[in-house]
Design a protein around this ligand. Structure first.
Ligand SMILES: [Zn+2]
Ligand SMILES: [Zn+2]
Length: 190
């Protein structure tokens, strides 16, 4: 069986989601390619923040401690992952957590009194202000809701990600407009 480089990258992520980690040897065996080829795939994935390279293998990135756990997305009820959590804070001190920026931006646009929001920089795994983040909408690798919305603290890094994995670069207002437009189309189609 032969896979394109992008297919391999998608499969590697699926595999890591299932089994947590994998060795380079193992991946080379699965895809029937050289370890050099796997190294190149992994470098691209690691640069984009999808994985972490560890001694002789790879894992999904470390989680931010304490932001998710038992939480379910306030929009779609999926379990919230520390990797992609989006937190909407309200003027009254309440917080809503979303599984990813896709749901988070929807919550924010639909809620009155949303005061400020935080999203996770996909590359570095730390929280950034959602209003100042850059969003890559609809890239080829989706890790949560579709179309995938990934957040970046730096415009340069968002552009770099977009070059490797596609999608459109947007600021927060444009990303919300885009998601709302899609919801509208879905409703009309139903
Ligand atoms: Zn959600
Ligand atoms: Zn999601």
């Amino acid at each position: 069986m032969s896979f394109s480089s992008l297919d391999r990258k998608k499969k590697i992520l699926e595999l890591l989601q299932k089994q947590g980690s994998a060795s380079i040897q193992e991946l080379a065996g699965i895809f029937e390619v050289s370890t050099m080829t796997i190294h190149r795939d992994l470098n691209k994935l690691a640069e984009a923040g999808h994985i972490q390279k560890k001694h002789g293998g790879v894992t999904l990135p470390d989680m931010l401690p304490g932001v998710s756990g038992e939480f379910l997305c306030a929009m779609c009820k999926k379990p919230v992952s520390e990797r992609t959590v989006f937190i909407v804070q309200f003027e009254n001190g309440e917080q809503k957590r979303a599984c990813c920026a896709h749901c988070g931006l929807m919550i924010q646009s639909q809620s009155k009194g949303a005061w400020q929001s935080l999203t996770v920089d996909y590359l570095h795994g730390h929280m950034v202000s959602a209003s100042q983040a850059f969003y890559v909408m609809g890239s080829e690798i989706s890790i949560c809701c579709v179309p995938s919305v990934l957040s970046f603290g730096s415009q340069q890094e968002a552009e770099k990600y977009q070059k490797g994995f596609g999608g459109s670069l947007m600021n927060m207002a444009a990303a919300i407009r885009h998601l709302q437009g899609m919801m509208h189309v879905q409703k009309q189609g139903a």
